[in-house]
Ligand binder design. Structure first.
Ligand code: F0G
Length: 457
């Protein structure tokens, strides 16, 4: 059998540069040990995020030329509307400038003080928008997700017992929605099974509560269903996606991931009345209902990206690259979240730097060490991201302390992945020489992750 190769060839390239360790030490100190503060020119391989960092296809670039920039009723709006109808099956939608904007608009209608929003490890902006409204996000992810060694095919699943206990504890009026994040980013890019989506929807119907899919990586989720769930092997990704959304009443989407655009998002829903209510907020916060924060050309590229992003070959190329990096790391003995997820490798920093106390931010410390090693930028998914408890103001230490290496779509080659793997192995080999972690010297009251300032202990 022939070896696997990518389903694209490269038409345009961008230069990236290496740096010296001395340079990186200086830059990292100037960045207050917060990798978000680094200039991208000071990064060799940037695995901070797979959001908005992918390479658009030639067809997407062509679509930019066809964009209709009319303020109202643009052709581009209708192109996007058709794509959402055809691929996800929703009749109504509102464009927004990105995913968190979709959350802001939708939650402005639905979430109020005192509410409870169950879900599977809500993404940080999702949780931020819930907590900002003085409501509570309750994590109902299955316990297996919090042990990086357990090899469960659908670690993004919701625990139906945990979910039902929330649904039966609070009155319906206090639970505006259940959020199903596909794939579940925070727990490691882990998919939710079709059976679980179906069961969640049945439970939601029993209690009269709508289901919202946080859809950033819905296509990767569908890919895993095809590979791992009984009965889906012979279905196309588009067929699987269609079925997935029959279990949702509405969806928010950061299109910067699986729709492979640099900027954009949307809210999609079945209920026209909800669309009307959300339209008012969309006009206030985002833009008129037929563009909502997006240029016409970007809506075109998004529509094209949704189509390409739900093709098997696109997903296979992408996810095999993530696996390639993950398998290399495993062969070096580096502890990572298993099974390997869709968009990133999640390094278990608790195991990696077990000699550093959690109060010194193991994942952030590891992220800084990897940057110093080879100019590679990952992101902490740990205690800094988890923020303080809004009521007690105590630090929240999550069960998992991870360094995420997110892989942009169609951007780096496997040679880059080799460099990442060897660099991390080098850090692994010298881990006992890392004596101390970091401490926070300045932080924002909410979502401190992005702007936190740290120094070495
Ligand atoms: N939901 C999920 C599951 C996400 O991963 C993100 C963003 C959002 C919502 C918000 O979307 O960035 O377009 O406003 N995740 C990025 C990441 C930032 O790096 O994982 P956005």
């Amino acid at each position: 059998e022939l070896p696997f190769a990518e389903s694209f060839k490269i038409k345009m390239v961008e230069t990236i540069r290496k740096s010296t360790r001395e340079e990186r030490e200086k830059w990292l100190k100037e960045a207050n040990y917060n990798l978000f503060n680094l200039k991208s020119d000071h990064v060799f391989i940037d695995l901070l995020t797979d959001s908005g960092t992918g390479a658009m296809s030639d067809k997407q670039w062509s679509e930019l030329m066809l964009g209709d920039e009319s303020y109202a009723g643009a052709r581009s709006y209708y192109k996007m509307k058709d794509a959402l109808k055809n691929i996800l099956g929703f009749d109504h939608f509102l464009p927004t400038h990105q995913g968190r904007a979709a959350e802001n608009v939708l939650f402005s209608v639905l979430v109020k003080e005192g509410d409870v929003v169950p879900g599977n490890s809500h993404f940080d902006t999702t949780k931020g928008h819930i907590e900002f409204r003085k409501a509570k996000a309750v994590d109902c992810t299955i316990d297996e997700a919090f042990d990086t060694l357990i090899d469960h095919p659908f670690k993004g699943n919701l625990d139906l017992v945990k979910l039902e206990s929330v649904l039966s504890t609070y009155p319906k009026e206090q639970i505006p929605m259940i959020i199903v994040t596909v794939t579940c980013n925070t727990s490691g890019g882990q998919p939710v099974s079709m059976a679980n989506m179906k069961a969640v929807k049945e439970l939601a119907d029993k209690y009269g509560i709508p289901v919202c899919f946080d859809s950033a990586r819905f296509a990767e989720n569908a890919y895993f269903i095809k590979l791992r769930e009984e009965g889906y092997q012979d279905k196309t990704i588009k067929e699987i996606v269609k079925e997935m959304y029959t279990y949702a009443d509405m969806a928010t989407m950061s299109s910067k991931k699986d729709a492979i655009v640099n900027m954009g998002g949307f809210i999609a829903m079945r209920d026209e009345n909800l669309w009307k209510q959300a339209s008012t907020y969309n006009i206030m916060f985002e833009g008129y209902v037929t563009y909502g924060g997006m240029s016409g050309r970007d809506m075109n590229a998004l529509a094209q990206g949704l189509d390409e992003g739900t093709e098997f070959e696109t997903l296979e190329t992408r996810i095999k690259q993530v696996e390639y990096l993950g398998e290399k790391l495993r062969s070096f003995g580096v502890p990572i979240q298993m099974p390997i997820g869709g968009h990133a490798i999640f390094v278990d920093a608790k195991k990696f730097l077990s000699h550093i106390p959690k109060e010194e931010y193991q994942a952030q410390t590891l992220g800084c060490e990897l940057y110093l090693e080879a100019g590679i930028r990952g992101v902490e998914i740990g205690a800094i991201l988890a923020d303080r408890d809004p009521e007690t103001r105590e630090n929240r230490y999550p069960k998992l302390e991870l360094l995420r290496l997110a892989i942009p779509r169609r951007t780096y080659t496997n040679n880059h992945m080799d460099v990442v793997a060897v660099a991390l192995k080098n850090v692994w080999d010298r881990r006992m020489d890392i004596k101390h972690g970091l401490k926070i010297v300045d932080e924002a009251p909410i979502m401190r992750h992005f702007t936190v300032q740290l120094e070495k202990v």
